[in-house]
Design a protein around this ligand. Structure first.
Ligand SMILES: *[C@@H]1O[C@H](CO)[C@@H](O)[C@H](O)[C@H]1NC(C)=O
Ligand SMILES: *[C@@H]1O[C@H](CO)[C@@H](O)[C@H](O)[C@H]1NC(C)=O
Ligand SMILES: *[C@@H]1O[C@H](CO)[C@@H](O)[C@H](O)[C@H]1NC(C)=O
Ligand SMILES: *[C@@H]1O[C@H](CO)[C@@H](O)[C@H](O)[C@H]1NC(C)=O
Ligand SMILES: *[C@@H]1O[C@H](CO)[C@@H](O)[C@H](O)[C@H]1NC(C)=O
Length: 330
C-alpha cells in the first residue's frame, strides 16, 4: 500500500515537473506578427534586363527538356512568348501599382498539369518545403512548377523610365508598397498553382510562429482557389523548430481556424504535428540538438538501444522508488 502510494507520488511529482518545464519553454518563444510575405527579397545585384532574359530562357528549357519533360508531352511551351507575357505585365508601370491580375496572361500560359496528390503548399517554411519536395520527386511546390521555377529568386519591379523594369534593386514590400510587381506575381502564380491542384493537398506550416496567418499567401490566395470536387482533402504538416517548444499545435490556435476554413470549403482535414520524415530533415542540419538524439541509436546494436531507453526513463523511476523504499519503508 505504502509503496504503491509512494510510487504514485513519484509519478505525480515527475509529471508536475514535466508540465512546469513545458510552461517555461513556452515563454521562451517570442512571437512576431509577420506582416510580410513568404518570399525573400534579395539585396542589390547586377542583373540587367538582358541577363534576366537569358536566365529566364535557360530555365524554361531546363525545366521542360531536362527536369520535367513528362509534363510537356504535347510539346514544350514557347519560352520567348512566356518572357514577353511576363515583362508586359509590369513594364513601364508605376512601381507599387501592379495588380496580380496583370500577370494572369503569363501565369495561364505557363500553367501545366500538376500530378494528382502531389501539390505541396507552404507558409513560413520556404526552405524546408523546397528541400522536402525534392524538385517534384516527392511533391511540387510553386517553385517546382514552371511559372515559379522561371521567376524564383529574381528580384524585379516596375519603373517609369527606360527600360521600364528593374532587376537590380527594388523597394521591399511594405504597407506603403503592397502592389510591387514581385509580390503581385507571387500572389497570382500561387492562386493559379492552387487552382491546378487535385486529390490530396499537403500544406507545410510553421508551428513556431503563427501557423495559419491571415496575411499569408496561403490564407489569401491558395486555400480560396482550391477547387471543390477536384481537391478532396487537405493535410496540414506542422513543424516546430528543434529545441524550442512550439507555439501552435494541431487542434488549437490558428490551426483550429484552419480546420474550420477547410471544412467550410467541403474538404476533409487532417493535421499532424512534427511528422517523422520532416523532423529527420530538420535534424540533418542540426544533428547535435537534444531533440535529434534519437539519431545516436541508429548505428548501435539493439542491445544498446534497450540500454539507452532504460537509462533515460525506467532506471530513473526505479532509483527514486528504491530510495523511497529504503529510506521510509524498511
Ligand atoms: C556591380 O557592378 C559594378 C561594376 O561593374 C561593381 O563595381 C559592383 O561591385 C557590382 N555589384 C555587385 C553587387 O556585384
Ligand atoms: C515564340 O513566341 C515568339 C513571341 O511571341 C514568336 O515571335 C515566335 O515566332 C514563337 N516561336 C515559335 C516557334 O512559335
Ligand atoms: C493591370 O491591372 C489593372 C487592374 O485589373 C488594370 O486596370 C490595368 O489596366 C492592368 N494593366 C496592364 C498593363 O495590364
Ligand atoms: C519557423 O518560423 C521561425 C520564425 O519566423 C523561423 O525562424 C524558422 O526558421 C521557421 N521554421 C522553418 C522550418 O522554416
Ligand atoms: C488578421 O487578424 C488580425 C488579428 O487576428 C486582425 O486584427 C486583422 O484585421 C486581420 N487581417 C485581415 C486582413 O483579415
Amino acid at each position: 500500500m505504502i509503496i504503491d502510494a509512494l510510487l504514485k507520488l513519484t509519478l505525480l511529482l515527475s509529471s508536475l515537473y514535466f508540465v512546469t518545464s513545458q510552461r517555461t519553454a513556452d515563454r521562451d518563444v517570442s512571437i512576431t506578427i509577420d506582416v510580410s510575405l513568404d518570399y525573400d527579397v534579395s539585396s542589390p545585384n547586377n542583373v540587367t534586363l538582358d541577363i534576366a532574359k537569358s536566365i529566364f530562357s535557360g530555365r524554361g528549357q531546363q525545366y521542360q527538356y531536362v527536369q520535367h519533360p513528362e509534363l510537356f508531352k504535347d510539346g514544350p511551351k514557347n519560352v520567348t512568348d512566356l518572357w514577353v507575357k511576363f515583362i508586359d505585365a509590369f513594364q513601364y508601370q508605376t512601381p507599387c501599382t501592379v495588380d496580380p491580375s496583370n500577370f494572369s496572361d503569363f501565369v495561364n500560359a505557363a500553367a501545366h498539369d500538376i500530378p494528382k496528390d502531389k501539390t505541396l503548399l507552404w507558409s513560413k517554411t520556404r526552405t524546408l518545403a523546397n528541400t522536402y519536395s525534392q524538385s517534384g520527386g516527392r511533391y511540387f511546390t510553386i517553385t517546382d512548377s514552371l511559372s515559379g521555377y522561371l521567376v524564383n529568386d529574381l528580384d524585379f519591379c516596375a519603373q517609369k523610365q527606360y527600360p521600364g523594369v528593374n532587376f537590380r534593386s527594388c523597394p521591399p514590400p511594405s504597407h506603403q508598397c503592397q502592389k510591387g510587381a514581385e509580390l503581385s506575381f507571387w500572389r497570382e502564380a500561387s492562386r493559379k498553382f492552387a487552382e491546378l491542384a487535385s486529390g490530396t493537398v499537403h500544406v507545410l506550416l510553421n508551428g513556431s510562429t503563427i501557423a495559419y496567418s491571415n496575411e499569408s499567401i496561403f490564407y489569401g490566395y491558395e486555400l480560396p482557389s482550391l477547387r471543390e470536387g477536384t481537391v478532396t482533402e487537405i493535410r496540414a504538416l506542422v513543424v516546430h523548430d528543434l529545441g524550442v517548444r512550439g507555439r501552435e499545435k494541431c487542434g488549437s490556435g490558428t490551426l483550429l481556424k484552419l480546420q474550420a476554413d477547410v471544412r467550410k470549403r467541403g474538404f476533409k482535414f487532417q493535421c499532424t504535428d512534427d511528422p517523422a520524415d520532416l523532423r529527420h530533415l530538420l535534424c540533418a542540419d542540426e544533428p547535435a540538438t537534444s531533440s535529434c538524439r534519437f539519431l545516436d541509436n541508429d548505428h548501435t546494436s539493439s542491445g544498446n538501444q534497450i540500454q539507452n531507453i532504460f537509462k533515460t526513463s525506467a532506471v530513473r523511476v526505479v532509483l527514486i522508488y528504491t530510495f523511497f523504499y529504503w529510506r521510509f519503508v524498511r
